[in-house]
Design a protein around this ligand. Sequence first.
Ligand SMILES: [Zn+2]
Length: 394
Amino acid sequence: MPPTHRRPRAIDTSRHFCPHTGCDYRGWLGLGNLRANGHPNGGQWRQFHCTACKGYFPEHHGTLLHGKHTSVELIVHVIGCLAEGLGIRGTARVFEVDPNTVLQWLVEAAEQLRAFSHHFLHDVRVQQVQLDELFALLSAVKDGTVSEAEAIERLERSPQWVWVAMDPESKLLLVIDVGARTLAMAQRVVHHVVQVLAPDCAPLFLTDGLREYMTALLTHYGQWVQPSRRQDKGPYPKPRWRPLPQLLYAQVVKTVRRRRLVRVSHRVVFGTLEAVNAVLAPLGCQINTAFIERLNLSMRQHVAAVGRRVSTLCQGEDGMRQQLALDHVYYNFCLPHASLRQPLPQLVPTNGAGSAKTWRPCTPAMAAGLTDRVWTLREVLLFRIPPWPQPAGL
Ligand SMILES: [Zn+2]
């Protein structure tokens, strides 16, 4: 698009794209074909004009807020309350909305949030991935609200575990899912991890003692190997499915007796102990301590919150997967992580009488280099996700 000689454009259109079918510029960012067109009829939404197809569209086109008569603030606050763990019924009571409406908004938001995760979480490069599955009713049992027998009985009916894959360095939550403790679920989680990572990224995998991880990892990080013939003559032996030479996988098994950690043992399954320790050494931890540190830090608090929610959801509330999609984005993009904060080069004075700011908040997504800022839930919900991947540098 040729530049015009009028006053410089003040509205940033770089995050928007033309949605009109038949337009050559449809779905592409940063082509300079869009002009901000003010707020039609004094409404709250800005309008954009595509100079290529002469079409118009509002800034919230394609988001869940498009076509809603409810105030944006209400929807954003309701989703925010759900993200902070209030639960569907609690949120419905606070805002005096029907629980079914809250659920409906959550379902619609989850679609947006999944696409948001998908848009940002790809080709991630990490040094290690820790996989874990946590007993969903753990916190409820600890609080004493649910007896252990009752929890197990409930789990027999619908066994729910929170499956988590995270990078302990950036605290980025690669995958979070809920399901039974089965091979199918392990395969599903590992498959998601592989999809999120860059194709040539082969991190160190650390898991607990669950055997199914080994099969799942071998499935995704394996190759056919033709063994050499023992003798000069005769048929070639059948090819074998073997782990890739760069695959590193270790299990860390914790023995807990009377809620106290008695013993930690480890087992290097694929690769060598030297190679595993070479990955862990720059991070300042050893194989034995890696898992415990992780559990003592962020994960426990966060997964406990998820677990608490899952346990209420196990009691028959809907929207569990949607809630997880929300948790995934909220944790990665919106919640600054205390252990990731960076010192500011100089102190920033605050408006009031408080002490000056000394830290720059940092979310896991920022630490992983996926974004350069802390997102608000409003921004996330209003983000127009391009229909296809954009060229790098946009
Ligand atoms: Zn257009």
